[in-house]
Ligand binder design. Structure first.
Ligand SMILES: Cc1cc2nc3c(=O)[nH]c(=O)nc-3n(C[C@H](O)[C@H](O)[C@H](O)COP(=O)(O)O)c2cc1C
Length: 206
């Protein structure tokens, strides 16, 4: 098999395609890609910012955290994408039942990362089945610290408790968790509260 067959013509660079192939075939651990210095900010301990976002709001907050605190953004997506109909019918129902979707990346090895920041939208008062899938796929996370955040329309319901329980059963210690309702999202003061929580957790060490 030649290189063109494995990495056919695409708008992405050959390097991106090789990394994508490696990740999706389990050949490359996400952990080895975590930069120690991100955007010129010295990061005393590598931080993984793991998030799911259906309509972009949670992604926006995750990007602000990366910009302010450094670290590595890891977006988790469902293997089978939701659409406007299935997101409420299947997504909301699966979230309520605490189910986990098959996701990409399937396994996130956080061995080289001391702080996890995990963000999810709220679906039916719960974390999304996609972030449940991401938490289920965390490897080498025992003893790590985490800061959680959720974005919602009005109320987060059980979201942060459910995520905290799932992480604690994997040996992760949750240091802080913050909810952003729709009207709070645009207020930089609230984002700063999350940035401060992440910086405090980074400074505290593992
Ligand atoms: C299927 C579904 C269920 C939702 N359930 C809730 C809910 O129970 N409570 C709430 O306040 N917002 C709820 N929302 C609104 C989202 O949580 C909110 O818009 C979130 O910020 C979207 O994040 P995203 O843009 O990163 O996907 C729901 C949205 C969807 C699509």
């Amino acid at each position: 098999m030649d290189l063109q067959t494995v990495f056919p013509r695409s708008p992405f660079s050959l390097n991106d395609r090789i990394m994508h192939y490696g990740r999706t075939h389990g050949l490359i651990s996400w952990a080895i890609e975590i930069p120690i210095v991100s955007r010129g900010l010295p990061v005393s301990m590598p931080t993984c910012i793991i998030f799911h976002s259906y309509s972009g709001i949670t992604r926006g907050i995750a990007e602000k955290i990366e910009k302010a605190c450094g670290g590595r953004l890891i977006e988790v997506v469902p293997r089978k994408a939701y659409n406007k109909l299935t997101v409420y019918l299947a997504g909301g129902r699966r979230a309520m039942k605490g189910e986990a979707d098959p996701v990409d990346p399937e396994r996130i090895d956080v061995a080289a990362c001391d702080l996890l920041v995990i963000g999810t939208p709220v679906w039916a008062g719960n974390p999304t089945p996609v972030i449940n899938g991401a938490i289920a796929g965390l490897a080498n996370c025992e003893g790590k610290s985490a800061v959680l955040f959720a974005t919602c329309g009005v109320q987060a319901g059980k979201t942060l408790e459910v995520m905290t329980r799932a992480l604690e059963t994997k040996g992760v210690v949750v240091k802080a968790s913050i909810v952003f309702s729709r009207k709070e999202i645009g207020d930089e003061k609230n984002v700063q509260e999350l940035v401060d929580a992440v910086k405090t957790a980074q400074a505290a060490g593992p």
